[in-house]
Design a protein around this ligand. Structure first.
Ligand code: FAD
Length: 287
């Protein structure tokens, strides 16, 4: 099923994100995670893609196919383009089609200062145009940034570019994580005014350890509201308390978002089924 169809059910969508195990770990370690996530009955699970775009790594495709065919859930494979040629992307698209994966989250990928990007793709919208030009019948999603993408001059510029991505064929958007719901509501209002009408899922990450917060802030620049920062600094030396507080904070964000009529919640599970289960248990009846 194409993901866009899930939003026609008259209730918010609840989806998860997982990542392939690191190269030094066998791919099978993800399967116990998926087994546990399956019990939570998400609407779909998306699988991230390595930023390098290396064809040697087929794990995203394998996992997205297993989610659909072995575990019976809908899946989406992330696909980045900035470090790939058109031919390389075509190889991945062919693999996904052969593996029966129906949905792609089309991304530019981060530009690393150490790896000069290849010149075939500059933006996710070009990847979407390319997929369409080859005649593939994938459901296509894209990413969006409630606080603006770090490469953008302004949030308005970023929303203008987001509209190009939707016009190119993105049928659904998943947001970058955020900790301040008011930022998401502000973004949503501007996106709708700009004529972006596709479903927009809110990306929620339960923060369960201090390292994770530092990493998230440095990578995506998400701002930390005083209430969140205070809670995290109060419990930073007590891992169990920090975890409880992080889960409670994420659950509270979800309750507010769902009450305000959000199209869906995309939970960044960090491959941690216990945290996903605890969040699920506290919000499931809202969906
Ligand atoms: P784009 O949509 O291309 O936007 C990037 C910048 O270019 C923005 O500033 C935008 O305003 C501008 N822009 C966009 N289109 C145009 C245009 N047509 N003309 C001019 N300017 C334009 N990274 C991974 O490596 N693997 C993953 O699996 C992965 N999954 C992600 C999932 C989600 C939900 C999110 C939010 C991010 C994910 N990322 C992933 C990170 C992502 O690759 C980076 O944020 C990357 O820097 C931007 O990707 P994008 O697809 O949003 O880029």
């Amino acid at each position: 099923m194409k993901l866009a169809e899930l939003f026609k059910q008259g209730r918010p969508v609840f989806s998860f994100e997982v990542f392939p195990p690191k190269r030094d770990k066998p791919i099978d370690t993800i399967y116990s995670t998926l087994e546990a996530l399956k019990d939570l009955k998400p609407d779909f699970i998306s699988v991230t893609y390595g930023a390098s775009g290396s064809l040697a790594d087929n794990s995203t495709c394998e996992i997205a196919s297993a989610i659909k065919h072995k575990y019976g859930m809908e899946s989406a494979a992330h696909l980045t383009c900035v470090n790939s040629t058109r031919e390389e992307v075509k190889v991945v698209l062919e693999r996904l089609k052969t593996a029966g994966v129906e949905n792609i989250l089309a991304l530019r990928g981060d530009i690393s200062p150490d790896v000069p990007p290849k010149d075939d793709f500059h933006h996710a919208s070009e990847l979407i145009e390319y997929i369409k030009s080859l005649g593939y019948d994938f459901g296509i999603s894209g990413a969006c940034y409630p606080e603006g993408h770090p490469n953008s001059e302004s949030q308005i510029d970023d929303i203008v570019n987001l509209k190009k991505k939707v016009d190119a064929g993105a049928q659904h958007l998943v947001s970058q994580l955020f900790f301040d719901n008011s930022m998401f509501y502000d973004f949503l209002e501007k996106a709708r005014i700009a004529g972006i009408e596709v479903p927009i899922e809110a990306g929620i990450m339960p923060v369960t350890n201090k390292k994770q917060i530092e990493r998230m802030v440095s990578m995506c620049g998400a701002s930390l509201p005083p209430k969140f920062a205070k809670t995290m600094s109060r419990y930073e030396t007590r891992p169990d308390a920090l975890k409880d507080a992080g889960i409670a904070y994420a659950a509270e964000q979800i309750v507010d978002l769902v009450s305000q009529g959000v199209d869906g919640i995309h939970l960044y599970t960090m491959n941690n089924p216990e945290v996903a289960r605890r969040i699920n248990d506290s919000v499931r009846s809202l969906f």
